[in-house]
Ligand binder design. Structure first.
Ligand SMILES: NC(=O)c1ccc[n+]([C@@H]2O[C@H](COP(=O)([O-])OP(=O)(O)OC[C@H]3O[C@@H](n4cnc5c(N)ncnc54)[C@H](OP(=O)(O)O)[C@@H]3O)[C@@H](O)[C@H]2O)c1
Length: 238
C-alpha cells in the first residue's frame, strides 16, 4: 500500500524517535510537519530532512502543553499540505526522582506534555481526519505505562494514563475510519532523560520504532492493531 501524498504531523520530531519516524515517513513519500518547542531546532531538522526522502517537509514550533499552539500546528498542516491523515503523538519528557524529592514543576511538565498534550493534539486532529474520511493516530507510550518502578511515579502516571486514553479513543473513532495504535517501547537509544544511563549497543534503535509505524500504516485498513510492546531483545545485564 502506498503512503505517497498522505500528510502527517509528528510532535517532538527534532531528535530521537520522533525524528526517525518523520524520516521514515518522508522516505515513503508522506508530507511531514516537523515540530518541537524550539523554532531553531525545527528549522535545522527541516533542512536535514529536505536532503532525503520523497515526501515534502515543513515545520513549526509547538509546545504541546499549549492548546493554542496545538491548534496552530494542526492548521499549519492543513495550510501547507491540504489536510491531515496521520498524527504521531511522540513528544515526551521524564524526570526520575522519589515522590518526596520530585519538584511540583517537574510533575506538571511530565503530565502536561505526555498526557494533556496528547489530548490537545487528538482533540484538534480528529475533526480534520473525519473530514478526509479517516486517518491514523499513533501514541508513543512506554512499557512504563504498564510497569511501575520506584522514582518513576510521575512518568508512570503519565504513561499509564496515556494507555487508558488510547484505549478509550480507539473505541470512539474507529467508526470514522480513524485507527489508533499505542506503541509501548522499552529502552530506546536516544538522549531521553538524564537518568537513563548508557543505552549504546543494546537498546532499541529509533529507526526500529519508525519501521513499526510504517508497517502499521500499511497494514490492511480492515484491521486495527491497538497495542504494540517493543523490548530490547537482549537488555543490558544488572
Ligand atoms: N528513549 C526511550 O528509552 C523511550 C522509551 C519508551 C518510550 N519513550 C517515549 O518516546 C517518546 C520520544 O522519546 P525520545 O527518546 O525520542 O526523546 P528525546 O530524544 O528526548 O526527544 C523528545 C522530543 O520531544 C520534544 N519535546 C519535549 N517536550 C515537548 C513539548 N512540551 N512540546 C513539544 N515537543 C516537546 C523534544 O524537543 P524539545 O525538548 O526541544 O521541545 C524532542 O524533539 C517520548 O514520548 C518517550 O516517553 C522513550
Amino acid at each position: 500500500m502506498s503512503l505517497e501524498g498522505k500528510v502527517a504531523v509528528v510532535t517532538g520530531s527534532t531528535r530521537g524517535i520522533g525524528q526517525a519516524i518523520a524520516e521514515a515517513l518522508l522516505d515513503e513519500g508522506v508530507s511531514v510537519v516537523i515540530s518541537s518547542r524550539r523554532q531553531r531546532d525545527v528549522d535545522r531538522t527541516v533542512a536535514e530532512c529536505r536532503q532525503r526522502g520523497k515526501g515534502k517537509v515543513a515545520g513549526i514550533a509547538c509546545d504541546v502543553r499549549n492548546s493554542r499552539q496545538v491548534q496552530h500546528l494542526m492548521s499549519f498542516a492543513v495550510q501547507e499540505f491540504g489536510g491531515l491523515d496521520v498524527l504521531v503523538n511522540n513528544a515526551g519528557v521524564a524526570y526520575f526522582a522519589p515522590v518526596a524529592d520530585l519538584k511540583p514543576e517537574e510533575w506538571e511538565e511530565i503530565i502536561d506534555t505526555n498526557l494533556t498534550g496528547v489530548f490537545y493534539c487528538c482533540h484538534e486532529a480528529i475533526s480534520k481526519m473525519r473530514s478526509r474520511g479517516g486517518g491514523y493516530i499513533f501514541n508513543i507510550g512506554s512499557l512504563a505505562g504498564t510497569n511501575a518502578h520506584p522514582t518513576m511515579a510521575a512518568y508512570n502516571a503519565s504513561k499509564f494514563g496515556l494507555l487508558g486514553f488510547s484505549e478509550a479513543l480507539f473505541q470512539e473513532v474507529r467508526a470514522d475510519g480513524i485507527r489508533v495504535s499505542h506503541i509501548l517501547p522499552g529502552s530506546v537509544e536516544t538522549e531521553f532523560s538524564a537518568g537513563g544511563g548508557d543505552k549504546s549497543g543494546w537498546a532499541i534503535l529509533p529507526a526500529h520504532i519508525a519501521d513499526m509505524v510504517v508497517y502499521l500504516l500499511k497494514s490492511p485498513p480492515r484491521t486495527m492493531t491497538t497495542r504494540i510492546e517493543m523490548r530490547p531483545a537482549k537488555p543490558r545485564k544488572g
